[in-house]
Design a protein around this ligand. Structure first.
Ligand SMILES: Nc1ncnc2c1ncn2[C@@H]1O[C@H](COP(=O)(O)OP(=O)(O)OP(=O)(O)O)[C@@H](O)[C@H]1O
Length: 582
């Protein structure tokens, strides 16, 4: 069995013995509360820590779970255990409904998402308070029987909450090490790029939100019996979301265990002071500790430890001789001659940004196996073309047909799955992932859709191909521009794409680095890739392209062989003589 699973289950089994050890009830109730906060912090982290969508609405889902059990058990006389699946299901459905709307709106990210989820808490509280669900007086649960799992009702509740805490940790661990977790961490770093690299961001966010809400609701259901009197004011106050955020940040949000460490530390500290009748001093002490942690350990306690360990591993990897990797793979064994069959066909492609017509009815065909140069003066629409064809921006009008498949209007991740990969003019690596992880992610989610191990092997090959293998364990911030550009290339190639869109991979490089990059692109071409190549460096355009098209003010003004097109009067005038000097 996996070591993490073994530790979680082992700790759970040991703690499950506590009710039979005759420890004072006080300690059992502290353990209950530790488990309660572990569930809340860990479940919050599955969405908010992993994907970066900070929610201040966790109290709403917890409260809905609480009220579901309170109504079913307290008003409708259901047995407690029968209510718990619904205490998970109802908040999960509420989360799905909210996510279904909110996750589609690009503007609702960051602080807006936090505010929106906070507003949900107030709306839910108002509805519950002013309808027969509560109606004002609250719901008493004194007469609800607690199933006898331990020697006393309170120990039974402890065992139930312990079970949910173990389940939450297992879910959080499983998510972290799965494809879902990898995708969520990519969303955290750069959601738009994650989508373009093949991560189904909408579906992943919904899945994480539903899991997060279900676990919080389950904790609420058990807590309803623990407090035995449920009121809207106590349930939906700001304490729950604030506390879980603080616990997770204290422990570290990029690891399944971090929030559990934060929850244990804060609950333990508060009760240490309460036991000594210094509750206010306790709160102040927790506040000071949090300030210090945020100032000196911004990644949280566990986050800081893991960061140091990773830095040591990187230093060791840098000192060791470069790991030999298998030979660079062929995209296709032999370069096929460009054929007349179009791999990509765009018709009437238009893209408008409020007031700016960046692309205006562009018709372009990219033939199988060719390198098509996409040229034009600054602001002519080249990057917009790549952004639209890769799905980064939705188009305003026109059609995109790829290998006979109509991809018009499909989400970017489906374009990646179909075989379109791209680089960004200004490199956009996932900042918290190593170079190797950046490339593996694309092998996992791009056209190749490899499993994690195969994706790593694929990533090593492309790191060797681009000469980055010695930097595999480095973070993107440690790379120079030249290496970042090559990381973009390695990422695009690791998807095993059928079409690669290269957006100014040579810009900002020194003459020597440009020569190296030209050679690399030539090798990519020789292995059979179809490439759209946006570039200002004319020497590279002349050396590499089979055909060029020229854009000006978003319109296609010329296409054909590079030598002929660059002599075209309209092209020369568009460039204001630049072609002549290149
Ligand atoms: N996100 C955006 N919002 C508003 N306008 C944009 C956006 N992206 C591009 N534009 C505008 O669209 C036009 C085309 O820009 P684009 O970046 O595609 O040109 P380009 O040919 O790639 O230029 P360069 O060679 O300088 O990279 C420009 O007028 C630009 O200001």
């Amino acid at each position: 069995m996996n070591r993490s699973v073994l530790s979680i289950v082992g700790a759970g089994v040991l703690l499950a013995l506590v009710p039979w050890l005759h420890v004072p009830a006080f300690y059992e109730s502290i353990l209950y509360l530790v488990c309660h906060w572990i569930v809340l912090a860990v479940s919050w982290n599955i969405l908010s820590g992993y994907s970066g969508y900070f929610s201040f609405g966790h109290g709403a889902f917890y409260g809905v779970g609480m009220y579901t059990t309170a109504v079913l058990a307290g008003k409708l006389d259901w047995p407690l255990l029968a209510t718990l699946p619904f205490a998970a299901l109802v908040p999960a459905l509420l989360g799905l409904a909210i996510g279904f709307v909110v996750f589609r709106v690009k503007a609702v990210r960051g602080e807006l998402f936090a505010l929106l989820t906070l507003a949900v808490t107030f709306v839910v509280a108002t509805i519950i308070l002013n309808t027969p669900i509560d109606g004002g007086p609250g719901i008493y649960l004194n007469s609800v029987a607690v199933p006898q799992l331990g020697p006393s009702p309170s120990s039974s509740l402890f065992l139930m909450m312990l079970g949910v805490a173990v389940a939450s940790l297992l879910v959080a661990w499983r998510v972290q090490v799965s494809r879902l977790g990898t995708g969520l961490f990519a969303i955290h770093d750069d959601e738009d790029v994650a989508e373009v690299m093949g991560v189904p961001t909408f579906r992943y966010k919904l899945a994480a939100f539903a899991l997060s809400c279900a676990l919080a609701g389950l904790a609420g259901g058990i807590q309803a019996l623990f407090v035995s009197y449920v009121t809207s004011g106590e349930t939906f106050n700001i304490t729950v979301p604030l506390t879980v955020v603080l616990m997770s940040v204290l422990g570290g949000t990029r690891h399944w265990l971090g929030p559990a460490i934060g929850a244990t530390a804060i609950t333990g500290l508060l009760y240490f002071f309460t036991a000594g009748d210094h509750a206010i001093a306790g709160r102040a002490a927790v506040g000071v500790i949090l300030v210090l942690v945020i100032l000196f350990l911004p990644e949280g306690i566990l986050g800081q430890y893991l960061k140091r360990r990773a830095a040591r591993a990187r230093a060791a990897a840098a000192a060791a001789p470069a790991q030999p990797a298998p030979h660079a793979p062929a995209i296709a064994a032999v370069r096929p001659h460009p054929t007349a069959a179009p791999l990509l066909e765009v018709r009437g492609l238009s893209k408008a940004f409020s007031g700016v017509q960046a692309l205006d009815g562009v018709d372009v065909q990219v033939r199988q196996g060719e390198i098509l140069g996409l040229l034009g003066p600054n602001g002519s629409g080249k990057s917009t073309f790549i952004n639209v064809v890769s799905g980064h921006y939705p188009l305003s009008a026109g059609r995109i047909v790829f290998d006979g498949q109509d991809l018009t209007g499909v989400p970017a991740h489906r374009m990646a799955h179909a075989g379109i990969a791209r680089t960004y003019q200004i490199p956009r690596p996932f900042a918290h992932m190593t170079v190797l992880q950046n490339v593996s992610l694309v092998a996992m989610f791009g056209c190749a859709r490899l499993d994690e191990k195969a994706a790593q092997r694929e990533a090593w090959k492309w790191l060797e191909f681009t000469g980055l293998q010695a930097r595999a364990q480095a973070l993107p911030e440690d790379l120079n521009l030249h290496q970042r550009k090559f990381l973009e290339l390695a990422r695009a190639l690791a998807a095993r794409p059928r079409l690669v869109l290269l957006d100014e991979v040579l810009s900002g490089l020194t003459p020597g680095e440009i020569e190296e990059a030209i050679e690399l692109i030539r090798r990519i071409r020789d292995q059979g890739a179809t490439i759209v190549f946006v570039e200002h460096v004319m020497r590279a355009v002349m050396a590499l392209t089979d055909r060029i098209v020229v854009l000006h003010h978003g319109k296609l003004i010329a296409q054909g062989q590079a030598n002929e097109v660059m002599r075209d009067a309209q092209v020369v005038s568009a460039y204001l003589g630049k072609a002549a000097h290149a």
